[in-house]
Design a protein around this ligand. Structure first.
Ligand SMILES: *[C@@H]1O[C@H](CO)[C@@H](O)[C@H](O)[C@H]1NC(C)=O
Ligand SMILES: *[C@@H]1O[C@H](CO)[C@@H](O)[C@H](O)[C@H]1NC(C)=O
Length: 350
């Protein structure tokens, strides 16, 4: 049942690709009128990882690369792919095992001569948390500055909304099924978004069955007072992850102010919802049920931060974590949004 329903989810996501496109819009703020003064002799290379619904060489990605080249003359820009074929690459954003994909990407980057002395990296949407995972697990060759746009560093607590239209009812059904089946073996091995689905009301299940996010976030049951339970595993934190993340020069996380695709949008800044059973309240007032607004736990109050489990706190206390905003809905990357960041943190001298 669950497998079937999740299969439908995958189908639904393809049919209703618009709300699922956590990717680069084709219309980016354009016009390359950049001052010649920023030309440098040997700019550090740049690696891009596209978002969900996008591919390594979509018009939006190519245009972005061209605009970066106009800012930093002579820069080598490389776009990560899982499959060279554009349609296969797009599909790999939904279907696959992210741990395997990361291993492939590490081999890919390691084989590129131009990147051997390190590079800056920009991750769009889910590409952002995948690049952070690359830093923690591999980082060879190393990333210097990492910029993530609208990424889901503390996962997502809801799947993107279904748009009204044909098949809407199936999409909704699949979403509901995913709430129960998202930590099942099939979803964890095959559905990329399930591998960063973090349900604050099902933390034991998330911690024990999610194959990806609890690992790269070095989250342990004890962080949530769950040590005594038999449902959550006791593992150890991987110290390499913190060592590697701390080796970044700057970690820049961009949140979209009107983001309604990433739930909650604060995940782009390492925020998450608090579990409802601890902080949510239901008030009964003359027969009315009032649900309290969901509480956000911000980055600096997250156990993953407070315990310095991944080196994020060290990086922040060093002044090297930058929390930036862009106006607009998810991945509405205007020139106003990206240009300053690319000017300052991309393509510095080697
Ligand atoms: C781009 O530049 C041209 C010429 O300078 C101008 O006419 C046009 O309005 C600009 N377009 C945008 C989107 O800024
Ligand atoms: C910790 O991470 C490193 C880098 O990915 C890996 O080589 C190592 O096997 C991991 N250690 C454990 C105990 O999982």
């Amino acid at each position: 049942m669950v497998v079937l329903a999740l299969g439908l989810l995958a189908v639904c996501s393809q049919l209703f690709s618009y709300p699922w496109v956590w990717a680069f819009p084709t219309a980016i703020g354009s016009n390359a009128s950049f001052p010649a003064s920023v030309v440098r002799s040997k700019p550090r290379p740049l690696v891009l990882w596209h978002g969900l619904g996008d591919s390594h060489s979509s018009p939006g990605m190519m245009k972005f690369a061209d605009e970066v080249k106009a800012v930093h003359e002579g820069i080598f820009v490389y776009s990560i792919y899982i499959a060279e074929d554009l349609e296969e690459d797009r599909k790999a954003g939904w279907l696959g095992n992210i741990n395997d994909q990361l291993a492939t990407v590490a081999d890919q980057l390691n084989a590129i001569e131009e990147l051997k002395d390190g590079f800056d990296a920009i991750g769009f949407s889910q590409g952002g948390q995948f690049l952070r995972a690359y830093v923690e697990r591999y980082n060879s060759p190393p990333i210097h500055n990492l910029i993530t746009f609208g990424s889901q560093h503390m996962g997502v607590s809801d799947l993107p909304m279904c748009e009204p239209g044909p098949g809407y009812i199936w999409c909704q059904l699949a979403r509901r099924a995913a709430r129960n089946g998202v930590y099942g073996a099939w979803a964890q091995a095959n559905l990329i978004q399930a591998q960063y689905y973090r349900d604050p009301d099902q933390l034991p299940a998330y911690l024990s069955r999610n194959h990806f996010l609890p690992n790269v976030n070095n989250e342990l049951p004890e962080d949530y007072g769950l040590s005594g339970t038999s449902t959550a595993p006791t593992t150890e934190r991987n110290a390499t992850y913190a060592t590697n993340l701390k080796s970044l020069n700057k970690f820049i996380m961009v949140l979209f102010t009107e983001d309604k695709t990433v739930v909650p949008k604060e995940s782009s800044w390492f925020g998450s919802y608090a579990p409802t059973d601890s902080l949510g309240t239901v008030e009964r007032n003359q027969g009315q049920v009032i649900l309290a607004e969901k509480t956000i736990i911000p980055m600096r109050l997250q156990p993953v931060y407070m315990t310095d489990a991944i080196g994020l706190r060290s990086l922040d206390e060093r002044g090297d974590v930058l929390l930036e905003t862009c106006e607009g809905e998810h991945m509405q990357i205007t020139r106003l949004c990206w240009k300053g960041l690319v000017n300052e943190w991309v393509g510095g001298p080697m």
